[in-house]
Design a protein around this ligand. Structure first.
Ligand code: GCU
Length: 364
């Protein structure tokens, strides 16, 4: 079913008039639900389950999937955190996810340093940070290949040898709308939020989700699918994240490139849009606009020379998404939506996190 952009804006305006909807996004008018369904059917895929009944917490670990799944969280708390004064929290996929545990090369060392610097900075600003290796949820495809090689060689497997695709569904049961890796990682971010709700030192009502690049795509997906995330920050997320598909940006990544390079990140139906970026009926501004509510916020950032991610397309999508807040009678850009573009390449550094936390300080 094709949903006209008009009907989305009308649905947002109807929400503005509906106090109950504002308090409970699940009761939003049909336009919003239909739009969400379109994106899940065509781009990200559907999660087969919600919160697993068998999920348990053991210290900083989350265990579920009949004991096959164990996600170990790295948690850094500010000195100010206490049970009497729980602190706001940032959730992110570990910046070291690509290489964590498998390699020890120069780029891994740089990523580890970047994550450590971000953690120290976040904590110094009075926020807690919780991150984890996303391979423990669903191995990114290169990790899968490495797992296969280890299996063949009869070597011991790392703890994340299973993954959500195997535990909930299995490859053979996949359909054209089954979840891709990004949706599965976003689902796992929600499980981290479940864990945060059980921590007395952390304020589960003040949680932001953020990420860089593929993890920025994941942060938006988590924010759209789980209204408990109050602020959503996508850094250099590009195609499948904050970049508009329909905008003419020849140097940026297009649907045919991302679905060939990383087909497993999305549902199978996304392949149908190869070479048809400009025809896609709903673009990423509408995807991010689904986060809009009087109590929720969006932040997008780019790098000026990150042509692959398409900074102009990310900025335009943030401005487009801001219209969803405006339809609720709220201030879009500079109000519920923030944006910055750092000078330089595809990167997430302390300079970006600083600007993001400046945004959060008055909103989270
Ligand atoms: C590739 C991919 C991008 C992705 C990036 C990353 O460059 O084409 O879509 O954002 O990897 O996650 O590092």
């Amino acid at each position: 079913m094709k949903i006209q952009r008009r009907s989305f804006i009308a649905a947002m305006a109807a929400m503005a008039a509906c106090a109950a909807c504002a308090a409970d996004p699940a009761s939003a008018p049909a336009g919003k639900e239909e739009l969400l369904k379109w994106f899940l059917d065509n781009v990200y895929g559907h999660a087969p389950i919600g919160r697993p009944k068998d999920m348990t917490f053991a210290g900083n670990s989350i265990v579920f999937g009949g004991g096959k799944m164990k996600v170990d969280l790295t948690v850094a708390l500010p000195a100010s955190a206490s049970k009497e004064k729980p602190c706001p929290v940032l959730v992110m996929g570990d910046f070291r996810t690509w290489n964590n545990g498998m390699r020890d090369d120069a780029s891994s060392k740089k990523q580890k340093q970047q994550q450590d610097d971000i953690d120290a900075f976040v904590v110094s600003r009075g926020y807690a940070i919780v991150h984890y290796n996303l391979n423990e949820a669903t191995p990114d495809q290169p990790r899968r290949r490495e797992l296969e090689a280890l299996k063949k060689a009869g070597k011991p497997l790392p703890p994340y040898a299973y993954g959500l695709f195997e535990v909930y569904g299995g490859e053979k049961d996949r359909t054209a709308t089954s979840w891709g890796t990004i949706r599965s990682w976003a689902w796992c971010h929600s499980r981290v939020l479940d864990w945060i709700e059980a921590q007395p030192m952390l304020d589960a009502k003040r949680v932001a989700v953020l990420g860089h690049s593929r993890l920025g795509k994941t942060a938006i997906c988590a924010g759209v699918t789980d209204p408990r995330f109050k602020v959503v920050y996508s850094n250099a997320s590009g195609c499948g994240g904050a970049k508009l598909n329909r905008m003419d940006l020849p140097r940026s990544e297009h649907i045919h490139q991302i679905t060939r390079g990383f087909p497993y990140w999305f549902c199978q139906n996304f392949n149908a849009w190869r070479g048809r970026d400009k025809e896609i009926p709903h673009d990423q501004d509408e995807w991010m606009g689904l986060i809009a509510s009087p109590t929720r916020y969006l932040y997008v950032a780019s790098g000026s020379t990150d042509h692959w991610a398409g900074p102009a397309g990310e900025k335009a999508a943030a401005e487009g998404a801001a219209k969803a807040w405006e339809a609720l009678g709220l201030k879009g850009m500079g109000g519920h939506v923030g944006y910055h573009c750092h000078e330089g390449p595809h990167d997430l550094g302390v300079r970006d996190v600083k600007l993001f936390l400046d945004f959060c300080d008055t909103r989270l």
